[in-house]
Design a protein around this ligand. Structure first.
Ligand SMILES: [Fe+2]
Length: 503
């Protein structure tokens, strides 16, 4: 895979639909008229039940795949469209490390679809079980129910609800579910097309309705709701997925580190793979893989997570910032002195997680660093900050050995010094970095370890609130200036704001 340009990157609204400028940016990177142009199936509107666009939303077995021809810039090209459901399946299958021919199970769980599949050695997709309608929408519904700022219409749906709910579940105290909590969960899980049919005003009598999201009672509800949804799927997996194949996970629920960790640890599967773009950021990739499979019989791609757009140096950095050649020892020193550094090097990450090319970095020690980063990012104070460390020493700091390069699983924190990156439940979603994946970030972690004795940093995304990651100098300068960030790295230079230099 050469590149993946996402509409939300470069400071467009998160989950943005394709914009004209994104199309132009992509065309700039293509040397000739393509052999095949793909359109990932979707709908004309808000909900999956609306009229289909291309091959549409639902369909797993290729029956709805559309193949044809059309003119593009005066040349006849082949066209391909397959369903949204297949885009999730094929992105996870094609990006997984398992060779073509190895049978796999797959789970697609997202806003609308919640199903298990088997993918045979000849890449035939069989749906094993349709487990739950709308698992992602039902998961986020609880947050909207309790959040007084969430509207009743469309189930209070906001893409950001799910991540907040995941953070809040970490605050649960382990007490059993209450009757009121069970009633809410039962009601939510029983609904059909929940966003269309079930305004939260129907739960106006519940003690959770508009009661706020930061209480202990709500954290407990969040944890019970999460566990109920997982258990619903687990029971089906236990009964039906009995051959010990690896499990592929796709759909937006694949960003839930708690659920991913439970699948990894449940013992049903030889291995578990989640791509770094399990949500709809991976749909274009999945449809392209499906087309490659259709036309060439090859359903696998080699890829790097750093396949997004190159950084754009659109303006000179103002002279007010002191410029240094990139010296990792100096950056480590600034971080050790508790400075926050914006870090933008190379090509952007694919998927929604910042993995060290569009990141904010800070020392991992003091909880105050987490609080400062949440203020900088204008996020709720209950949100955790993730750590990054070198893959070869992850076991020193976390209860985990081996790679976890995409921040998709929880690990328990071993080292009591890591207060800024340890969530209230003692976990973190660590990103491991191998030298071959990101050598400069790997070396920075080494320099920070030499300086402080700890090879871990805070790593959170470099983006304006509700926007995809920053991708140009002008946005970095505005962001850093507005938010009092101490310095930033662009390419091979470090820039330090006045008064924030090394002491
Ligand atoms: Fe999706």
């Amino acid at each position: 895979m050469e590149l993946s340009i996402e509409a939300e990157k470069d400071s467009f609204p998160r989950y943005a639909e394709l914009t004209p400028s994104t199309v132009l940016d992509a065309l700039d990177l293509v040397d000739d008229v393509p052999d095949v142009v793909c359109l990932s199936g979707w709908v004309k509107g808000f909900h999956s039940m609306e009229r289909p666009l291309g091959a549409g939303y639902f369909g797993w077995d290729g029956q709805r795949t559309q193949v044809g021809e059309r003119r593009v810039f005066g040349r006849q090209v082949r066209t391909f469209s397959s369903t949204h459901e297949r885009s999730h399946l094929m992105s996870a299958y094609g990006m997984s490390p398992f060779p073509q021919g190895e049978p796999c199970y797959a789970l697609v769980w997202e806003g609308n679809i919640g199903s298990f599949y088997e993918i045979t050695p000849d890449v035939t997709v069989i749906r094993v079980a349709e487990v739950m309608e709308d698992p992602g929408n039902k998961y986020q519904y609880i947050f909207a129910l309790a959040d007084p700022t969430a509207e009743a219409a469309h189930g209070g749906f906001r893409f950001s609800n799910a991540g907040k709910l995941m953070a809040l579940a970490g605050y649960a105290d382990g007490s059993p579910v209450t009757t009121a909590g069970r009633n809410v969960i039962d009601w939510v899980l029983s609904r059909r097309s929940i966003l269309l049919t079930s305004p939260k005003s129907e739960l106006a009598a519940s003690p959770f309705h508009n009661a706020g999201v930061t209480s202990q009672a709500f954290a407990n509800l969040a944890a019970h709701h999460s566990a109920r949804i997982f258990d619903f799927f687990y029971k089906v997996a236990h009964a039906r997925l009995t051959k010990g194949y690896p499990l592929l996970i796709a759909g937006g629920c694949g960003l839930n580190c708690g659920w991913n960790s439970r699948w990894r640890d449940c013992g049903l599967f030889a291995d578990v793979f989640v791509p770094p773009c399990p949500n709809d950021t991976g749909s274009a990739i999945g449809t392209a893989i499906d087309a490659q499979w259709y036309f060439e019989g090859n359903a696998k791609v080699s890829w790097s997570v750093y396949s997004g757009a190159d950084f754009v140096e659109d303006v000179p950095v103002p002279d007010v910032f002191t410029r240094h050649p990139l010296d990792l020892t100096l950056v480590a020193e600034l971080l050790a002195q508790r400075m926050v550094i914006a870090w933008a090097r190379g090509r952007a990450e694919i998927g929604p997680r910042a993995l060290g090319n569009r990141s904010l970095l800070a020392a991992p020690f003091d909880p105050s660093a987490r609080d400062r980063l949440n203020v900088i990012k204008r996020r709720e104070p209950y949100r955790p900050i993730a750590p990054v460390c070198r893959e070869e020493e992850v076991a020193t700091y976390f209860e985990w050995t081996g790679p976890s390069p995409h921040m998709l699983f929880f690990q328990r924190v071993r080292d009591g010094r890591l207060g800024a990156v340890t969530h209230v439940d003692g976990t973190a979603r660590v990103q491991t970095v191998a030298a071959y994946e990101n050598p400069v970030l790997h070396d920075l972690l080494g320099a920070f370890a030499s300086r402080t004795g700890v090879g871990v940093l805070c790593n959170t995304s470099l983006n304006f609130p509700g926007r995809g990651s920053i991708n140009r100098t002008s946005d970095v300068v505005e962001y850093v200036s507005e938010r009092g960030i101490d310095g930033f790295v662009i390419g091979d230079h470090l820039y330090v704001r006045p008064g924030s230099g090394p002491t």
